[in-house]
Design a binder for this molecule. Structure first.
Ligand SMILES: Nc1ncnc2c1ncn2[C@@H]1O[C@H](COP(=O)(O)OP(=O)(O)OP(=O)(O)O)[C@@H](O)[C@H]1O
Ligand SMILES: [Mg+2]
Length: 392
């Protein structure tokens, strides 16, 4: 199975390209679903087929063509589907009995719920091997990063805090309760959390396995958009996702000789060259601005055929995991692909068996192999697109 994220700055063409990719994949015979992760969904609009869509609107996975389905994740619906897990989880977290009357609409407002629901669906499809390819039409960059950070954060919580809390409650609970009035959570509390996590188990490995999951960054040939693409590249690497292509969309085609566009064309040319240089580790695909908005199956098919003229979009165009441990003589090295990083931006700390890497507002806990736990970080160096950390 393949999972491909299409993400980038607001309005660059993520939804259009995701939809076109879905059509192309389906035509190539892959059983494909395009899932919109953006709460402000526009995937249906992109297909512009009201009658068909309304007729199928009672289905979560709407069939669009042979081999092709789309899904706009509706948090409230998802909560109903995974009601027991989500509801019990929240009730446990908030630890209040007064929540018995909670309904799906109220639960939907809790932060992180959308992401958790989307992850529940994705993990279910992976477990059931329901599709050959899952295309994820993402929300703009910031939210997408939050999305991909959730599985590793959950995993971290489960491994560190959860087990500890649960054991502590089991062992010390009865003692503490006799001497203090602080309520110690009952085991049912932990069971509820465990139930939800069981449904999510494995999703972090799937998303960080470049054999399954890759990210494609959609961008436009303009300074601010390219800059954001660079940062997104780095942050997705930080979370261990493999980026396997950059797509420059909305390039003015040859033959627009109107004077008004002269400066625009030079600007675009400049940033296309910059992008080719910046993103030289991965293929950079280019798409012209069409002579009209791209909506409906016909337009999307045309876009898919141009973008993937002689390539199969399900292929992987890079398969390096952003993190690698290796041993050279007696020195262990962790190499992290972190392009566009400057020394000033990054902060490293080692705590027990994990390394904490902080870049800007983003933080990643990286579990280090057992053999390195007793070793000190002896150096960190930025070379080219890599941060190399050595342990002695
Ligand atoms: N190459 C192109 N030529 C012409 N129109 C395009 C092209 N790419 C995208 N568009 C049009 O641009 C508009 C915005 O595209 P789209 O909705 O795919 O962007 P998005 O990145 O998903 O936006 P959002 O961040 O809001 O989700 C749409 O009307 C789409 O038809
Ligand atoms: Mg969109």
């Amino acid at each position: 199975m393949r999972i491909i994220f299409y993400t980038g700055k607001g309005g660059v063409g993520k939804t259009t390209i995701s939809a076109a990719t879905g059509i192309k994949l389906a035509a190539l015979g892959y059983k494909t679903i395009v899932i919109s992760l953006d709460v402000a969904h526009s995937l249906r609009d992109s297909f512009d087929n009201e009658q068909k869509l309304i007729a199928q609107s009672n289905q979560k996975q709407i069939p669009i063509a042979e081999n092709l389905w789309i899904q706009e994740i509706n948090v409230q619906e998802a909560i109903v589907e995974y009601w027991d897990e989500v509801y019990n989880y929240l009730r446990s977290l908030l630890n209040r009995s007064g929540l018995d009357t909670l309904v799906a609409e109220e639960i939907a407002v809790f932060p992180g719920m959308e992401e958790i629901c989307a992850l529940l669906y994705i993990n279910q499809y992976v477990r059931e091997n329901a599709y050959d390819v899952i295309i994820l039409d993402c929300a703009p960059t910031g939210e997408s990063l939050r999305f991909v950070s959730i599985p590793t954060t959950l995993e971290w919580y489960m491994n560190r805090i959860f087990k500890l809390e649960r054991n502590l409650a089991k062992i010390a609970g009865p003692v503490i309760e006799t001497v203090s009035s602080v309520p110690i959570p009952k085991d049912a509390y932990f069971k509820n959390i465990q139930n939800l996590f069981d449904k999510l188990e494995g999703i972090d490995k799937i998303l960080t396995d470049p054999k399954t999951t890759t990210v494609r960054l959609v961008t436009n040939p303009e300074k601010i958009v390219i800059k954001e693409t660079q940062r997104a590249f780095m942050y997705f690497c930080l979370y261990g996702l493999c980026i396997d292509a950059v797509i420059i969309n909305r390039i003015f085609p040859e033959g627009i000789d109107v004077e008004f566009f002269e400066v625009w064309k030079k600007t675009q040319q400049h940033y296309i060259e910059e992008a080719d240089n910046y993103f030289s580790d991965v293929p950079v695909w280019k798409v012209n601005l069409f002579d009209d908005q791209i909506i409906g199956e016909q337009g999307l098919r045309k876009l898919g055929d141009i973008l993937y003229a002689d390539i199969d979009p399900a292929e992987r165009f890079a398969d390096d995991s952003p993190y690698k441990f290796k041993k050279i003589n007696d020195v262990y090295q962790l190499t992290m692909q972190l392009p566009f990083l400057t020394k000033e931006e990054v902060d490293l700390t080692k705590q027990g068996d994990e390394l904490i890497v902080t870049i800007g507002g983003f933080k990643r806990h990286i579990a280090i192999p057992r053999s390195l736990v007793g070793r000190k970080v002896s150096g960190a160096k930025l070379t080219g697109h890599q941060l190399v950390i050595t342990f002695k």
